[in-house]
Structure formats: C-alpha cells, structure tokens
Ligand binder design. Structure first.
Ligand code: CIR
Length: 258
C-alpha cells in the first residue's frame, strides 16, 4: 500500500529557512489546518498516512521529504544541505527502520529529497544549492547496488529540482524549464507552467489525480486541457516557508516484496 510519512507543523515554522522568498508572517494555526487537510486528502486518495508529532525545535521539520529517499529495497538518509535542518533525520531514521534497512549519505556529501525526481527505476537528482556533487556520487553508488540509475540535473532558478519540475505520469513532466537544465530529460513530454505561475511545477501525482496548490488556477486549466484530473489544495502558509506539495510527505510502497 502507498504510505506517506508526514510530520506536524513545528510551532517554530516562522524561523524556517528561506532562499528565494522574502520572509512573510506565517499563521501557525492556519498552517496546521492546511497540513491536516493535506493528510486528509492523501487518505481520501488511498494513501496510508503515518503522521508523526511535530518537532517544536526544528522549524522546517514538516518538510519530511527532504530527510530521506525511500526506495523499494532501502531507505537512504541524507545530511541535508541546510545545516539547520540536519537534526531532523535523527527521529526520522528511527521511524524508517520500521520499513527498510537504512543507508546513510555522509558529509561532505549533501542531498535533500526535494532534489530527487523518481520515475520508475530512474532517479533524476538536482545539483542545487542543497545537493552537491559528492552527495550525488554517494547516492549513485547506493542506488546502483539496488538497480537504480542516477542522472544529475542542474537546477539554477529555485530551491530544489522538484520546485522546477515534477512527473505527472503518461511520460509527461510539468516544469519551469528556465529554472533548470532540461537536457537530462530527453524523451519526455513537457507541459510548461504558465508565465504568471512560475512556481507551479511542484505537484503531487497520486491515486490517479494531480494535486496542485489552489494558488495556480491557470496551471490547473492547462493540466485539465491535457487530460489530467486535478485536485486543488490551499497550502498558502506552507508556501510562505518555501514548501510545496511534495515536501510534506515521504511516499513509498509499504509492503514491497522482491
Ligand atoms: C527549506 O528551505 O529547507 C524549507 N523552508 C523548505 C523546504 C521545502 N522542501 C521541498 O521543497 N522539498
């Protein structure tokens, strides 16, 4: 069954890391409500949600996707590029041990899960402000042992690879191609985000639907014209923390048998 690990919003979220955004006030109660709606929507789409308690001292810890990559055979835990976030992996490793054996990337390698776009047994990994060449090298070695191929994909205009593009299914990517090097993605169809919604590429395709932030109505129309079933969700407060839809869950198949 598709499983999503999530974590409650930290009451310290106002002190989150910000790279490309100006700091705006975040309404903690609203953020918590939006996060619960996110968990509820995943449940309605057939995902088993494992909701962990908030980490009051770790402002960005709601963004669990960045801590690790859960493949069918192994969980790979990362030293994140943002040093302030590295303690998030301590409790996450304990949880992941219930599901998979764990391997660790080690410093000076850094990787964040927001940089990993998985399509089957291909892992496209953003070379970004948070994920470095040494991190990608170590990840490639671990992934290769389990039959996955890693392809680096330089990212220039945004935080992570999946801020610039996500996979919708049907061999199609939604992207802002100005923010990344697209050459690793030869052979895929592209849908370009509309100019007025440059940050709309971070979607979550699950349960036959594409979840999209409510703030991107033009992208919604475009995806619907192209035959994708879209569900919109208001995540305005988490967007102010530079979070998107993929960041708030760590998704994997719970019962995997070789
Ligand atoms: C950070 O800068 O690390 C957080 N404020 C946002 C992380 C978003 N994560 C993601 O896109 N995977």
């Amino acid at each position: 069954m598709l499983t999503a690990i999530t974590r409650g919003v930290s009451p310290a979220i106002a002190e989150c890391e910000l790279t490309f955004l100006e700091r705006l006030p975040i309404d903690f109660r609203k953020a918590t409500e939006q996060h619960r709606d996110y968990e509820l929507l995943l449940t309605l789409l057939g995902v088993r949600v494992v909701s962990l308690p908030a980490e009051p001292r770790l402002p960005d810890s709601v963004f669990v996707e960045d801590t690790a990559l859960v493949l069918d055979e192994v969980a790979v835990v990362f030293p994140m590029g943002a040093a302030s976030r590295r303690r998030e992996t301590i409790s996450m490793s304990e949880v992941l041990l219930r599901y998979r054996p764990i391997e660790n990337i080690v410093l000076p390698g850094t990787v964040e899960g927001g940089d990993i776009l998985r399509i089957g047994r291909k892992l496209f990994v953003g070379l970004s402000r948070r994920t470095n060449e040494e991190g990608i090298r170590q990840l490639s070695a671990i992934a290769a042992r389990h039959g996955y191929e890693v392809t680096p994909a330089p990212v220039t205009g945004c935080l992570h690879l999946k801020s610039a593009c996500t996979y919708l299914g049907k061999n199609t990517l939604l992207g802002n191609r100005a923010w990344m090097d697209v050459s690793p993605f030869d052979g895929y169809e592209w849908i370009d985000v509309p100019a007025e919604e440059p940050a709309a590429a971070n979607t979550l395709a699950v349960g036959g639907k594409v979840i999209l932030p409510e703030s991107y109505p033009h992208t919604r129309s475009l995806l619907e014209e192209r035959g994708f079933a879209v569900v919109s969700l208001d995540i305005s407060e988490l967007q102010k923390a530079e979070g998107g839809l993929t960041c708030s869950s760590l998704l994997f198949e719970e019962e995997y048998e070789e």
